[in-house]
Design a binder for this molecule. Sequence first.
Ligand code: ADP
Ligand code: LRH
Length: 437
Amino acid sequence: MTAVAAVDLGASSGRVVRGVVADGTVHVEEVHRFPNGPVRLRDTLHWDVLGLYREVLTGLGLAGEVGSIGIDSWAVDYGLLDERGALLGNPVHYRDARTASITPPDGLYEVNGLQFQPFNTMFQLMAEPLLPHASQLLLIPDLLSYWLTGERGAEYTNATTTGLIDVRGGRWSSELTRALPPGLLPELRHPGDPAGVFEGVPVTAVGSHDTASAVVAVPAETDRFAYISCGTWSLVGVELSSPVLTPESRAANFTNEGGVDGTIRYLRNVMGLWLLQECLRRWDTALEPLLRQAEHAQGSLFDPNDPVFLPPGDMPDRIQQWCRDHDRRVPESSAEIVRSVLDSLAAAHRDAIADAQRLSGKEVEVVHVVGGGSRNELLCQLTADACGLPVVAGPAEATALGNVLVQARAVAAVHGPLAELRRLVRQSQPLRRYLPR
Ligand code: ADP
Ligand code: LRH
């Protein structure tokens, strides 16, 4: 039996789990969970990174004896260090308005393969006042890992979300990083590589982009699957062995992110359950009763990917306003608004899966929904209905499981390719199947 600790920081909550791999099964026990979210300081939206670090330490204390520690988090955001290694300023949240009016230069997609998102690290750096004072940039999981171990590096899967990696060569692009201070970007390390030691316990690089770890734990039986990593965002796509860099792919806003074991996560960001999280924050109510009411409510379709929904704010009003502006029936009650969100997400899931197949040539026979959204039965059923494909829902903690499995492989507690790791998940995690109606 081998136990490891996985730190998984989502945009809405963080957790530390103790993962155990034994007898062909993988199990995770949550030892600590804590809320996460934006903190507005005057004009800027930040993360509370020191608070998160404190929670990580608490969680690691509760995890007991483990053979390895691995950290993943949401992508793109970073801390800047000065020449002494001290943090320069509190990391800024990707939903901050500082990149709202960015227009991307031409010719990026052919090099980095990334869907245009105004908050990709490279665009944040264009609006970064601290850059002239910075000696190094560490993405959030690498920053926390540095604080634990004193060692620095840039884990590859998350580094691909910066927009500064040459997607074909898998290295920092000399062309795209030319304007940055020399040495700003640390050496790359890959999932499974050693990343230092914390209080005698090895820290192991995992797919430190949470979505990369989530895709590791998709319990697929064959390679003919699509995934929806469904939490604050819905990351919807397929797994490929090489990137798709065609003009059609760029126009369809598909991204080629680096996955574990040299895979490509070919996907689109769909606005996801953020829409619901923000509605609940506004109404100050719980989710479950609203979901029950939404089952029988009438919804209106809106475009969940409209950038008006990106910043925090009065989400119910914005959804109603969108419907008014686009001559759609305006949802009135909270149940109608929730139903509109779920119908619209299901339609966006369907479109992304259809586009991913058309643009990559990969055929799909099942859709795997993983992450917290796999607990939303109505959304899973509506997604199956919209796609006309079976949906397999679970695990809800796919990201933590993917983190655990990559560590377990690094310490030789499991062996084999992704298909083998996925078999362990299939054998040990409860899954639920939804057939299209
Ligand atoms: P992230 O990693 O982005 O913070 P998670 O994968 O933890 O997100 O998913 C969080 C979301 O999962 C919540 O916003 C909520 O919509 C959904 N969720 C969690 N638990 C349930 C539940 N019991 N029923 C329905 N939805 C749920
Ligand atoms: C999901 C996620 C997603 C990124 C976004 C910034 O948590 O990592 O893959 O696009 O956050």
